[in-house]
Design a protein around this ligand. Structure first.
Ligand SMILES: [Zn+2]
Ligand SMILES: [Zn+2]
Length: 360
């Protein structure tokens, strides 16, 4: 079976044949229909967070179940599914308190060995998935069955970009009708935040990105104002667009301390800044505690759009099906598995919103 495997920090992924182990009693084998190439794949490849050589990358996928282990319930061969890059076990403390995006089994599932590479060494899979492959074997808690007519290339985006971005607006921030919003970083996830804010009824959605293509796509997806951070201080530009007050909600969708601080500085008194982008493990930020206190500001973390995948995946699929959420404009290119390294280059060059692998 072909897969794109991480072998060394900064180097290209190796396209190779791997030999998956037979599925365990709780495992599900999924034949992938599509896999998005997300910025977090690039960040892991480039060493933002340490991972083991011999990891199949990819964490944003949709497909069809090919086989289920003997103890799997509620899933069967032929079911269409979206993979969740954070498992939702349904029985840990967090799952039982409506926070399945913080499920306690995440680390254990991520560390599982899944089979052998051609040289005989064992491989594991990013977040317990590994969607850059013809098929993947995952724990049943990572799999969500979907009933939809939406095609896999669109559906795959729900696995990360849509759930993270739309969820950041709807779940984490709970943007209210008429709210003002700024989004710093308009890649795949940023565009999904913009759409989430639009769906929530925001009156003004300010897209902040230096790349013209991304600002243009943002306009198509519901942004009302555009800020080029290279054309002047983005905080001042956002304040000018909001009567000098600042926005109700800002979203940092890059993962840098500098832009996190900008997000915090561009909210109004009593406003909320949400940190959506994946950061380096060692990064930190220094904030004005007086500003935090005196202006009653909130800075929130946001993991996976605070997504409750068993509730949210179907509702996002329904929003796509009825045309209220546009994933087609977020897919810039459909590619083959062999082109994944080229997709990383295009992403770094700002040429694409999302590349989606549809041929494995
Ligand atoms: Zn992702
Ligand atoms: Zn759990």
């Amino acid at each position: 079976m072909r897969a794109a495997v991480f072998t060394e920090t900064g180097g290209p992924l190796s396209i190779e044949n791997i030999d998956p182990a037979p599925p365990g009693p709780r495992d599900v084998v999924v034949e992938l229909g599509a896999s998005g190439v997300c910025h977090s794949d690039l960040s892991l490849k480039n060493g933002y967070v340490g991972i083991m050589p011999g990891t199949v990358l990819g964490h944003e996928g949709a497909g069809t179940i090919a086989e289920v282990g003997k103890d799997v319930s509620g899933l069967k061969k032929g079911d269409r599914i979206i993979a969740s890059f954070i498992p939702a076990c349904g029985i840990c403390w967090f799952c039982l308190h409506d926070q399945s995006h913080l499920c306690d089994t995440e680390f254990e599932i991520m560390m599982k060995q899944r089979g052998k590479r051609a040289d005989g060494s064992e491989y594991s899979a990013m977040t317990g998935l590994g969607t850059f492959a013809e098929a993947m074997t995952c724990d049943q808690s990572s799999i969500v069955k979907i009933d939809t007519s939406v095609t896999d290339d669109q559906l795959a985006l729900i696995g990360c970009g849509v759930t993270t971005g739309v969820g950041a607006a709807l779940n984490t921030a709970q943007v209210h009708p008429g709210a003002t919003v700024a989004v710093i970083g308009c890649g795949g996830v940023g565009q999904a935040v913009i759409q989430g804010a639009r769906i929530a009824g925001a009156s003004r959605i300010i897209a902040v990105d230096p790349v013209e293509l991304k600002r243009k796509t943002a306009e198509q997806l519901g942004a009302t104002d555009f800020v080029d951070p290279n054309a002047g201080d983005p905080v001042q530009q956002v304040q000018q667009l909001t009567s000098g007050r600042g926005v109700d909600y800002s979203f940092e969708v890059i993962g840098l301390p500098e832009t996190t601080l900008q997000a915090f500085n561009m909210i109004r008194k009593g406003g909320t800044a949400v940190m959506v982008g994946m950061t380096r493990a060692e990064a930190s930020v220094t904030l004005s505690t007086f500003d935090l206190f005196f202006n009653e500001k909130t800075l929130k973390g946001c993991k996976y759009g605070s997504g409750q995948v068993r509730r949210d995946f179907q509702r996002y699929a329904d929003l796509i099906e009825t045309g209220r959420l546009d994933t087609s404009a977020m897919v810039s290119r459909t590619i083959k598995l062999d082109e994944v390294n080229e997709a990383f280059r295009a992403m770094e060059a700002g040429e694409v919103i999302r590349s989606v692998i549809t041929t494995f």
